[in-house]
Write a protein that binds this ligand. Structure first.
Ligand SMILES: [Zn+2]
Length: 326
């Protein structure tokens, strides 16, 4: 393992607040692997108070799954599993808006979130002078999946860093990282937005927000928002994901604050509607009175957890099921 891989592993491993032990313990799945895999029930009665799985991905690469790395095959299998069970993707923004137009009646919404902006998620390759999406990167796999799975749209969330170590800067800022070029960064972010994916703030370089002053917390978040705005001018960021799942000491600063650039004297504000945790199981429905958009739970893509959580939502009949009108 070379040094780069070690650094990358450390960064991605650090993404979650949970230690490996804690993460393994958040399956909330006492049924374990004994849950029968029920077929999707497209004719299921509407359940607008049901749960919505928000899946959390980090690095999509390698030959073997580990805590924060999922193989391309496993990632694709996750998408197949969700599709087979009657899930269709939406964004967090759609969840906030109770916009389920992409989810046919009797089917269920799922949200896929990609954290940390590694090149494994979105890689370009140059072919005959043109930029082509690497089919082995997460975005490449997603796009291929949409072609063979009707109704699976470009709805996912990218919680990005724009100054992270080891190339975690809008999907790679140096050929050292999957052959990616610095000048491709904004193209990728813009392309995602144009395609209907949601852009999400994940701080400048993945700072542990609980360890820093209010000023640094706001700088970390605001400078990430500024980076996104540079790539997609005027883009309204509505969602942020807490690095490591750690809240700043002054919790409201996760979603609302400002930073004044000492170089220009200009003040940059941010005001997000949703804050994503790193774990906690399927999220509450936005129709649920207890739904708190500033604290949305996710399911980490670890081992068999996604399949088990989806199986459990079916066996307990607790999954969100869209109605005709929404
Ligand atoms: Zn992260």
């Amino acid at each position: 393992m070379d040094r780069r891989v070690v650094v990358l592993s450390l960064l991605t491993a650090a993404c979650s607040a949970g230690s490996p032990k804690q993460s393994a313990g958040i399956t909330h799945d006492s049924a374990g692997g004994n849950v029968a895999v029920a077929a999707a029930e497209p004719s299921a009665a509407a359940n607008l108070l049901g749960r919505i799985p928000v899946l959390e991905y980090h690095v999509i690469a390698g030959e073997k799954n580990s805590l924060y790395t999922r193989t391309a095959a496993s990632f694709r299998a996750d998408l197949e599993e969700a599709y087979k069970r009657g899930y269709r993707p939406i964004t967090i923004a759609q969840m906030l808006d109770k916009d389920f137009r992409d989810v046919p009646a009797g089917m269920s919404p799922v949200v896929a979130v990609f954290d940390d902006a590694s090149d494994s998620q979105f890689r370009y390759v140059e072919q005959n002078g043109k930029l082509v999406i690497d089919p082995t990167s997460a975005v490449g796999i997603w796009m291929d999946f949409t072609k063979s799975h009707p109704g699976w749209k470009n709805r996912a969330v990218f919680c990005m860093l724009n100054g992270g170590a080891a190339g975690h800067n809008f999907f790679g800022d140096n050929p050292k990282f999957g052959g990616q070029k610095k000048e491709w960064r904004f193209l990728k972010v813009k392309w995602l937005s144009d395609q209907g994916f949601e852009l999400c703030d994940h701080t400048l370089w993945h700072a542990k927000l609980n360890k820093y002053s209010d000023a640094v917390v706001q700088e970390q978040i605001a400078r990430n928002a500024m980076g996104i705005d540079s790539a997609v001018p005027g883009y309204k960021i509505r969602t942020m994901a807490l690095p490591y799942g750690l809240w700043p000491k002054n919790r409201p600063l996760a979603s609302h604050g400002s930073w004044t650039d000492p170089k220009t004297g200009r003040t940059h504000s941010y005001n997000f509607e949703a804050v994503l945790e790193v774990s906690g199981g399927p999220a509450l429905s936005p129709y649920d009175a207890k739904f708190d958009p500033k604290k949305i739970n996710r399911i980490e893509a670890i081992g068999d957890d996604i399949r088990r959580q989806l199986a459990r939502l079916d066996s307990t009949r607790t999954r969100f099921v869209a109605s005709n009108s929404k």
